[in-house]
Write a protein that binds this ligand. Structure first.
Ligand code: TMP
Ligand code: ASP
Length: 260
């Protein structure tokens, strides 16, 4: 699929036009940012892993009847996706309290929530993506009541599905962020975002080891190794892919015995 002009560049992805009118190409960058772009780095291989992990998760969600923008992965870094107009809201679902929830409300880190908590943030970098209420969404017409009702239902279904999928591979889904968009031709609202360790918090079931972008946010290191661990557990990365070249010690100089 031939890439057309760049339509949009975000912090971790670029969207390009393509020959098909209602489709676009999504390119996953290696760029990592945190705290509204204040912390930045390039982490080699991150984009490739997110492309594969997100493809796997969105394909599973489609099979479970949750429509989303993925058409197909086209190469190591790119996917063909449906062209949507993005609703300017970041939808966050939380199962365990951490991150901004603990800071904002003083809830104890690690508190397991009785029910998933949905939060809405306005997608506006200049304002620092502020938390908003449903009433703000309706008052300022960022989405309709019907759309939000549908999205809330889908968020709960997505959460149920992901919690189960990750539990099966020994990972706790702590929280995640997704966006939704309206299809260009029908205005139907569908899930239109990556789902990857960049946009979820994933903790190892037994040790609570962080396997997500908090490794970058909190300077924990080994981000690629953690994302590889997630991919391997989901069955999309073969064991061999992580084998590093083995460094053999230099052979010691051997003194040859002179033949007597
Ligand atoms: P938070 O605790 O920092 O509000 O993050 C909640 C979840 O949303 C967490 O899984 C990380 C994800 N997230 C993004 O994907 N993009 C963002 O810009 C932010 C702030 C959070
Ligand atoms: N991606 C966001 C940023 O760069 C924040 C985050 O993921 O923590 O600002």
């Amino acid at each position: 699929m031939k890439k057309g002009k760049k339509l949009y560049e975000g912090k971790a992805k670029i969207i390009y036009a393509c020959a098909e009118k209602n489709l676009v190409i999504q390119h996953f960058k290696d760029d990592a940012t945190a705290f509204n772009n204040q912390k930045k780095s390039v982490i080699e291989g991150k984009g490739i892993l997110n492309n594969r992990i997100s493809e796997h998760i969105l394909t599973c969600l489609s099979q479970a009847g949750i429509k989303n923008h993925l058409v197909k992965r086209i190469n190591m870094r790119e996917q063909l996706i449906k062209y949507v107009s993005i609703i300017p809201i970041e939808f966050i679902v939380r199962n365990i309290a951490t991150g901004s929830l603990t800071k904002r409300l003083g809830i104890e880190e690690g508190t397991v929530l009785d029910n998933p908590l949905i939060e809405y943030c306005l997608k506006d970098d200049k304002l620092g993506d502020p938390l908003i209420s449903k009433e703000h969404i309706l008052t300022f017409k960022w989405a309709t009541k019907k759309e939000i009702e549908k999205i809330d239902k889908q968020l709960n279904r997505i959460n149920d599905f992901l919690v189960g999928m990750f539990r099966g591979v020994g990972i706790k889904l702590v929280d995640f962020k997704v966006e939704f968009g309206r299809l260009k031709n029908s205005n139907e609202v569908i899930l239109a975002d990556e789902i990857s360790p960049d946009t979820c918090r994933l903790w190892d079931m037994n040790t609570d080891k962080k396997l997500d972008k908090d490794r970058f946010r909190n300077n924990l290191g080994n981000l690629v190794e953690a994302y590889q661990d997630v991919a391997r557990r989901l069955g999309i990365l073969h064991e061999q892919s992580n084998i590093r070249p083995i460094k053999f010690p230099r052979p010691k100089a051997v003194k040859l015995k002179k033949n007597k």
